[in-house]
Design a binder for this molecule. Structure first.
Ligand code: ADP
Ligand code: MG
Length: 709
């Protein structure tokens, strides 16, 4: 977690002003943070232009004499002035204006104006230009425009940054950490780069500044990528020093693992077998595993988790499995109990269940089972990481759909599980951590995996179980809804089941709900005699469970739901997925949803219903997403396209990882700098460890923990 700012001394305790609060909220506390708050663009106030030489769209500063100035009503009240600079005329328009403005624009006065020029055959015009007296000295450098928020005026922020920058440059906080010989060729010095980016000289190419190809930008990006690589290497290094239980694979025929394998109703795919082996080898080492298991929806990750759990239990340790939603946790629980209970029971062991909605009595019973070690496996939601949960001997923690957990939650999990408390048995001595297995159906493209997850080993299931028929995906306009309902009827005739998913509409849960409720009603009316269920996030847990179990058992033909079913639900008889307003969903979300069907041998289909909206057309990104869905069913290809459409920052998001900490560099576009950072990080840690620590501190301050999560 980011460190709290030092508590204010008595004299500073007066309440913070609005902009001060805003600065804090943006994390701009230390001079170094201010100095690293770089402009997103610049305004050129260093020179004066001429109307005669300007073009439509130019950002122009010029001086001119006021010809006329009056308040007019066309169509609404506005101040309109006409000015001339001798080369041409320009009309200025102000809607909300202060009476002072009329004084400033007195006829005959010469003024300096700055704004965006609009030009048409009617002549030039400018809306709301900045007005100053003519003849004031011109700026010596380009004027920076910083990323800001509504309650933080640009002028205030500019001053704060300038002050912070000056202090930072006076101190040694920006002393070079990388020896000159190891910098990328032709690098600018760090201080010089910072000074320049905040106040570039007017002769610079604005294009180079804007696309961040300027050497000063390159230097800052290199610094940032290096900080990120360093903290990842450090995390890896720190982990190597921790101890973890050695979970050797049991070869006993009556072991939990052997019995589970014998019990499975199917044979593992080659890819499953391979990742099972990778995990088995990892947990048998005394260093905590930190592994991501990625595999497309339906590739069979759950059984891999179960086998790892079995190995852990055979070695005499407990295993915890945490899922992001109660529905999903419940499904895991049901499946794992089915597989493991018969094997565990004769050994006097159980599977425990922990969730937020549990009654106190049941929960206390479960907590006791966990604490005594009688619960060999603990399945649940976030409830698993709550304070009251004490494991006797936790050896392995598994997080399903890990991308659905926030960075802070994952961090809490690791911290919690590493307390001495939860490791009773061998607690004394070196710090201990359980092994950690994270599972995700959202694959991370290679370039990103390389840059962001230096401290993560990745196992990939790249093959689906045999006998799956590919899902046919169709894009259908909302206007053809009736045809879709026909199709549902046909599927119901064949005793198949159908999902119908409605999106989150805007910010309002109420609207979201109404949409799903309306659709539910429509379908009930259109399909008399068919059980049509409704599932949404605001239903009481018990009702959700009841609806879900009717669908799982096959009595319910159609399930209308909001996106609560997105992850993990496994009903093999469901063969049609309809997604309403598909244009509003993200690509990986669509892919996840589609993965709910096609789990059995029957041919399955996914219908993406889209509507064109008020502009009568889809946005470009919506169009690319829908096209990608129609063209491919491969999760890795989907991830690649998603990255292409959204860019890495958004693709990963702050929830997904500390990756959002990259503010300036883009690992896909700045590949060369990334390569450099990957090479230099271990060298710096090895030969200049103090510089490495200083480097991470100045970039990440207290935030570096986030990168490890
Ligand atoms: P996901 O990777 O999306 O979590 P699941 O673990 O839910 O996928 O598996 C999807 C379905 O495939 C489940 O019904 C599971 O029992 C089944 N399954 C898993 N592995 C195999 C296999 N090797 N052969 C046949 N079916 C399998
Ligand atoms: Mg799953």
């Amino acid at each position: 977690m980011p460190a709290d700012p030092p508590s204010p001394s008595a004299s500073e305790r007066k309440p913070l002003s609005m902009p001060q609060k805003a600065l804090r909220k943006m994390g701009l506390l230390r001079p170094v943070d201010m100095a690293l708050h770089l402009p997103m663009r610049y305004e050129d106030e260093t020179r004066l232009g001429k109307l005669g030489a300007a073009r439509d769209g130019d950002a122009l500063q010029f001086e001119a004499v006021v010809q006329s100035c009056q308040v007019v009503f066309k169509p609404r009240r506005q101040l309109q002035a006409v000015v001339s600079d001798g080369t041409d005329m320009c009309t200025l328009r102000f809607f909300n204006f202060h009476p002072n403005m009329q004084k400033a624009l007195k006829v005959g006065r010469k003024v300096r104006l700055r704004g965006e020029l609009r030009g048409s055959f009617m002549g030039y015009s400018m809306m709301h230009p900045t007005v100053q007296p003519a003849g004031a000295p011109l700026a010596a450098a380009l004027t920076p425009v910083y990323p800001s928020t509504a309650d933080l005026p640009q002028a205030y922020l500019r001053k704060a940054v300038q002050g912070g920058l000056a202090r930072a440059l006076q101190s040694d906080v920006f002393a070079e950490t990388v020896p000159r010989d190891h910098l990328p060729p032709h690098s600018w010095a760090l201080r010089e780069s910072l000074q320049f980016l905040h106040h570039p000289s007017p002769d610079v190419s604005l294009a180079e500044l804007e696309d961040r190809s300027h050497p000063a930008w390159q230097r800052l990006k290199a610094e940032e990528l290096l900080a990120q690589q360093l903290s990842q290497w450090q995390a890896k290094h720190d982990r190597q020093l921790l101890n973890a239980p050695v979970l050797t694979q049991s070869t006993r025929a009556d072991g939990v693992l052997a019995q589970l394998l014998a019990l499975l109703p199917f044979k593992l795919t080659g890819a499953q077998q391979r990742v099972v082996n990778e995990i088995a080898a990892d947990v048998a080492r005394a260093v905590p595993m930190h592994r991501l298991l990625q595999g497309d929806v339906g590739s069979g990750k759950t059984v891999v988790a179960a086998l790892a759990a079995a190995q852990c239990i055979d070695a005499g340790w407990q295993c915890a499995l945490m899922a992001p939603t109660e529905i999903l946790a419940e499904q895991h629980f049901a499946k794992l109990v089915g597989w493991l209970a018969p094997v565990l029971q004769p050994l006097g062991l159980q599977v425990a269940w922990l969730t937020g909605s549990q009654k106190k009595k049941e929960r206390d019973t479960m907590l006791a089972l966990v604490a005594s070690g009688e619960a060999a496996l603990v399945v649940g939601t976030h409830a698993v990481i709550q304070d009251k949960v004490h494991f006797k001997v936790l050896g392995l923690a598994i997080i399903d759909e890990q991308h659905r957990f926030g960075v802070a939650q994952r961090l809490a999990l690791r911290q919690k599980l590493s307390d001495a408390d939860s490791l009773g048995a061998q607690g004394a001595g070196a710090a201990q951590e359980p092994h950690l297995l994270m599972m995700s159906a959202t694959p991370i493209p290679r370039t990103l995996a390389m840059s962001y997850y230096a401290d993560l080993d990745v196992s990939t299931i790249d093959e689906l179980p045999l006998g799956r028929t590919p899902i046919v995906t169709k894009l259908v306009a909302e206007t053809r809804r009736d045809e879709v309902i026909e199709r549902i009827r046909a599927q119901l005739q064949e005793d198949r089941q159908i999902y119908w998913v409605c999106p989150l509409i805007g910010e309002s849960e109420a609207l979201d709900l109404r949409n799903a409720t309306d659709t539910h009603q429509d379908l009930c009316d259109a399909l008399p005699g068919v059980m049509v269920g409704l599932l949404h996030s605001r239903m009481p847990q018990a009702e959700k469970k009841a609806v879900m179990s009717l669908f799982v058992q096959g009595q319910m033909g159609v399930l209308v739901s909001t996106t609560v079913i997105e992850v993990g639900v496994d009903v093999a008889n469901a063969s049609l997925m309809v997604i309403e307003h598909a244009e509003r969903f993200g690509l990986s979300q669509l892919h996840q949803l589609r993965g709910r069907v096609g789990r059995g041998a029957a041919a399955s289909a996914c219908v993406l219903l889209y509507s064109l909206g008020e502009h009568g057309r889809l946005s470009d990104t919506a169009r690319s997403r829908l096209r990608a869905m129609a063209e491919t069913g491969d999760g890795f290809e989907i991830a690649r396209r998603d990255l292409e459409i959204r860019g890495p920052g958004e693709f990963l998001g702050s929830r997904q990882s500390g990756a959002a900490m990259l503010r300036f560099a883009d690992p896909t576009a700045d590949g060369e700098l990334l390569q450099w950072a990957r090479q230099i990080a271990p060298l710096l840690l090895d030969q200049y460890p103090q510089n490495a620590a200083r480097h991470v501190e100045r970039w990440l301050g207290g935030k570096s923990d986030f990168l490890k999560a």
